[in-house]
Design a protein around this ligand. Structure first.
Ligand SMILES: NC(=O)c1ccc[n+]([C@@H]2O[C@H](COP(=O)([O-])OP(=O)(O)OC[C@H]3O[C@@H](n4cnc5c(N)ncnc54)[C@H](O)[C@@H]3O)[C@@H](O)[C@H]2O)c1
Ligand SMILES: O=C(O)C[C@H](O)C(=O)O
Length: 308
């Protein structure tokens, strides 16, 4: 299994590192536009192989996509991250052009590739890849829900004063500060609804802190996060590489599901060797349905700024 990661910056390198550490791929190719950067990151990571005990071969290239030929999966992390005080949506002006070019290069050299879109604003970038790549819809997967769900579980464990392994929960809808929808109604501690343990105030705290999880880290770090994003991507790549049929919330093209059409938004999906193998329809409360529709309206407005 060959995986390409475009963008050898914070998220790209973290994702390559987690993929290598889990040792389920034969090869990871890092691509960056900055001269020598991907080569340097690849060499540094390879020098951890004997220390960390993995056999995955990591190579780097400055924009030579022939080196990515025959990739099964490609991850797009190229583009700029936000700074404190910015929204993800403000990145569209620069990142749309980058994502469009990178997609064309990837598909040219790996026509069968499955693309995982990470660059922000992610739901809109996933939509852009759908509109420009010519790939079938099951091969384009936006990464947002896996990360947001991990942050939801972190906040739930904190409020419950429980180990994270006791907690389960999922975030759907948009990967944005306002459009995220943490499904508190379905979150559990070892199968027991968390709503049995948390006060209304605690529930509100968990939801709000989850939604601004990325902004909180951006404020602390001066740029956006990379460890949890890299780990979230590695989980998705592994689900494909090992045909795990895992249910992961991903941003994917909706064609009637959840009452939406012609939009990429986060919903639970079964991820396996073919990419998106099934879209899972779950029952939402009336309030959740309303919030999902509001998130869709906001993403649709951002999509309107795209030029194909
Ligand atoms: N979807 C998510 O959950 C999620 C999570 C974290 C970050 N992000 C997004 O991922 C992107 C990357 O974040 P980061 O922190 O790694 O940024 P970064 O600046 O550390 O890395 C980005 C890299 O992309 C490279 N790049 C730029 N244009 C390129 C091109 N045309 N071809 C190849 N490489 C190119 C840059 O040289 C840089 O090394 C941002 O848009 C950020 O908002 C998304
Ligand atoms: O917050 C950001 O801008 C980066 C990313 O989308 C995240 O959620 O960490």
């Amino acid at each position: 299994m060959k995986v390409t990661v475009v963008g050898a910056g914070a998220v790209g390198a973290s994702c390559a590192e987690y993929i290598a550490m889990k040792d389920f791929c034969s090869e990871v190719v890092l691509v960056d536009i900055k001269e020598g950067f991907a080569e340097g990151k690849a060499m540094d990571l390879m020098q951890t192989a004997s220390l960390n005990g993995f056999d995955t071969k990591i190579t780097g290239t400055t924009g030579d996509y022939s080196k990515t030929a025959g990739s099964h999966v490609a991850v797009i992390t190229s583009g700029i991250p936000r700074k404190p005080g910015m929204t993800r949506e403000e990145l569209i002006g620069i990142n749309a052009g980058i994502v469009k070019d990178v997609t064309a290069n990837l598909v040219k050299h790996s026509p069968e590739v499955i693309i995982i879109v990470v660059s922000n604003p992610m739901d809109t970038m996933a939509y852009l890849v759908h509109k420009t790549s010519g790939l079938p819809k099951h091969k384009i997967i936006g990464m947002g829900g896996a990360l947001d769900s991990a942050r939801f579980q972190y906040r739930l464990a904190e409020a419950l004063e429980a180990p994270i392994s006791d907690v389960n929960g999922m975030v759907i809808a948009a990967h944005s500060d306002t459009g995220m929808l943490p499904l508190l109604s379905k979150a559990t501690r070892n199968g027991v609804p968390v709503t049995e343990f948390l006060s209304d105030e605690q529930q509100k705290y968990v939801i709000e802190e989850t939604k601004v999880g990325g902004a909180t880290l951006t404020k602390l770090l001066g740029t956006s996060a990379w460890y949890a994003p890299g780990a979230a991507v590695s989980v998705m790549v592994q689900a494909i590489a090992c045909d795990q049929k895992k249910m992961i919330p991903c941003s994917l093209m909706l064609e009637g599901e959840y009452g939406q059409n012609d939009i990429c938004l986060g919903v639970p999906a079964i991820i396996g060797k073919n990419g998106i193998e099934n879209i899972v329809n779950i029952t939402l409360t009336a309030d959740e349905q309303l919030k999902f529709a509001e998130a869709a309206n906001a993403v649709r407005e951002v999509n309107g700024d795209l030029k194909f």
